[in-house]
Design a protein. Structure first.
Lengths: 142, 411
């Protein structure tokens, strides 16, 4: 693990992130940052008929952070809330071939997943639904 | 050219190891922490293996040896920084604890509602947060001396703050840990003293790298750390004028800092012990004394010249890299061996990781200076920082590794 992680897809997504920007009238918005490195990501979410009908991310981060945010938002699009809450860290890391990412960079890769889980928690809690272990899942990612 | 100090590299075992599958380690994170020479490691080890015991009280022989080693470490350190009165040199955990000690013991008694504490935009968090905590508790406020585009403090700001007549404390770094800027310490001290303010100098990035004679600075408090000057982690020192230390309340209460303890109350030990509660980091202090001995042997003037040369060489080479932005003075005469930069739109973490694959240990992030990052308008920078054992070839490797970054990120 060293510079090999910077394959084409990661570099491309860092330059041209997918689903980057803000949503109008999101049903849920959450923002978080990694205090040690300054990566800072927010996610806007729209949910219609129990499925994610819109999702974008904004903020700034390193190439790993931007690429993972891109594939995560792409992954969540169109999925049911139930499916989205089951997205785990291996799904995100696997999509970009980052299974062996060194510990110090894991937080770059998983910040957006943490933010998404927190946004979902906020959405479900506001609706009075069962948030299950979402809060703990988000906190336990790294 | 230089490299007169290159033979010293053999004193640092870590410098001959390899990383990332056989690349020689190029250690350029000295502003964060330095490597330790064998003599320092041996001194620490010898304490634990030969005369391990507590200090100051027991009458048996090894305890006497430990006390003697601990106290002579204080003397060696005091000599290195020009301190003549050993009672004025307090062992603490590091610069952070030293500043917290002053903010707590001096600050609580001397800062009141409406007062101003002045620090600067290029301070490390350790010279900002303790003052914010104090200001919040006392109803005072913290003001920040600005940094110009060359990374130099705008002393016009300081003058304006001092003119209010409410400034109780001016706290600043002698050398910026991010930009390397060497502060105009003499001028800041004289302006502040004239206005009746106390002055704390954060010497964490100065003492390891250049000759420093603390009493001649004219400040009231001076803080520095051991691990940034070849010593162990967890040990550092606070110097303060004796009359100030005598007037200050203790920071921590406990063993060793007392004269007498009664149910009704206690009285305090003499200086510096009044501020050294509990069993101190004995091994750390002994290691720090050894580090001071090592640096005195090399000569801090030589260290400074070496770093100036290597910084000049690195700045020259970096100036030829398209897309590279270097922050700070960009002038080896006005900065320590610290260079912060950003490369095109590549995030510093990615820069540092690619450099790591070439064996280079550089730092990326906000370097505990978020106020400065905001001032520079960036989230983070990559920072290379040199010390006495670094070489021109290592500075060249730093610049060469940017080509790999450029290749991967198509800069």
């Amino acid at each position: 693990m060293s510079a090999d992680i910077y394959h084409e897809m990661i570099v491309d997504y860092s330059r041209n992130p997918l689903n980057f920007g803000r949503l109008e009238d999101p049903h849920a918005t959450f923002h978080d940052s990694n205090p040690l490195c300054g990566d800072s990501i927010g996610i806007d979410l729209r949910v219609e008929d129990g499925s994610v009908s819109g999702i974008t991310f904004h903020g700034k981060g390193c190439a790993i952070c931007m690429a993972c945010s891109s594939v995560l938002t792409e992954m969540a699009k169109g999925k049911t809330v139930e499916e989205v809450r089951r997205i785990g860290k291996d799904d995100v890391l696997g999509e970009l071939g980052l299974e062996h990412l060194q510990a110090v960079r894991i937080k770059c890769a998983l910040l957006s997943l943490k933010v998404l889980k927190s946004a979902l928690y906020g959405y479900i809690a506001e609706k009075g639904g069962d948030t299950g272990s979402l809060k703990e899942d988000a906190a336990g990612l790294y | 050219m230089m490299q007169k100090l290159e033979p010293l590299r053999a004193d640092f075992p870590a410098l001959s190891r390899t990383v990332r599958g056989g690349k020689p380690l190029i250690y350029l994170d000295n502003a964060s922490t330095t490597q330790r020479p064998t003599s320092v490691v041996d001194a620490v080890s010898r304490y634990y293996t030969h005369y391990n015991s507590n200090i100051h009280r027991a009458v048996y022989e090894v305890a006497e040896e430990a006390t003697e080693a601990y106290e002579s470490a204080r003397d060696v350190l005091a000599r290195m920084v020009g301190v003549g009165d050993r009672r004025e040199l307090v062992f603490v955990r590091g610069t952070t604890e030293a500043i917290n000690l002053v903010a707590s013991s001096w600050g609580r008694a001397n800062v009141s509602e409406g007062d101003i504490i002045v620090t600067t935009e290029y301070e490390h968090h350790s010279n900002i947060v303790p003052w914010q905590l104090l200001a919040e508790e006392r109803g005072a406020r913290v003001e920040y001396v600005g940094v110009d585009d060359d990374g130099v403090l705008d002393l016009g700001d300081l003058g304006r703050f001092l003119d209010t007549g409410r400034v109780r404390m001016v706290a600043f770094s002698m050398v910026s840990n991010v930009l390397g800027t060497i502060s105009d310490t003499a001028r800041i001290v004289s302006m502040s003293k004239k206005a009746g303010a106390r002055v704390l100098v954060d010497g964490a990035q100065a003492v390891p790298h250049m000759p420093v004679d603390i009493p001649s600075i004219g400040c009231d408090f001076f803080a520095f750390s051991g691990h940034k000057m070849l010593g162990p982690t967890g040990i550092g020192a606070l110097w303060a004028r004796r009359d100030l230390l005598e007037g200050m309340a203790p920071f921590h209460g406990g063993g060793d800092m007392i004269r007498e303890v009664k149910k009704e109350g206690s009285t305090w030990n003499d200086l510096p012990y009044k501020f050294e509660a509990g069993t101190p980091d004995i091994a750390g202090a002994i290691g720090l004394g050894e580090a001071a001995r090592y640096l005195a042997g090399v000569g801090l003037g030589s260290v400074r010249r070496h770093e100036e040369e290597i910084t000049a060489h690195a700045l020259d080479l970096l100036a030829g890299v398209p897309g590279l932005v270097v922050y700070g003075p960009r002038d080896p005469a006005r900065q320590g061996g610290v260079i912060s930069f950003n490369f095109a739109d590549v995030h510093p973490h990615d820069v540092a990781q690619i450099m790591d694959s070439e064996g280079l240990a550089v730092r990326s992030g906000h370097h505990c200076a978020q106020v400065l990052m905001d001032r520079l308008g960036v989230a983070a920078t990559t920072r290379a920082s040199f010390y006495l054992y670094n070489t021109d070839a290592e500075a060249e490797a730093l610049v060469a590794s940017l080509k790999k970054v450029a290749g991967i990120f198509k800069v």
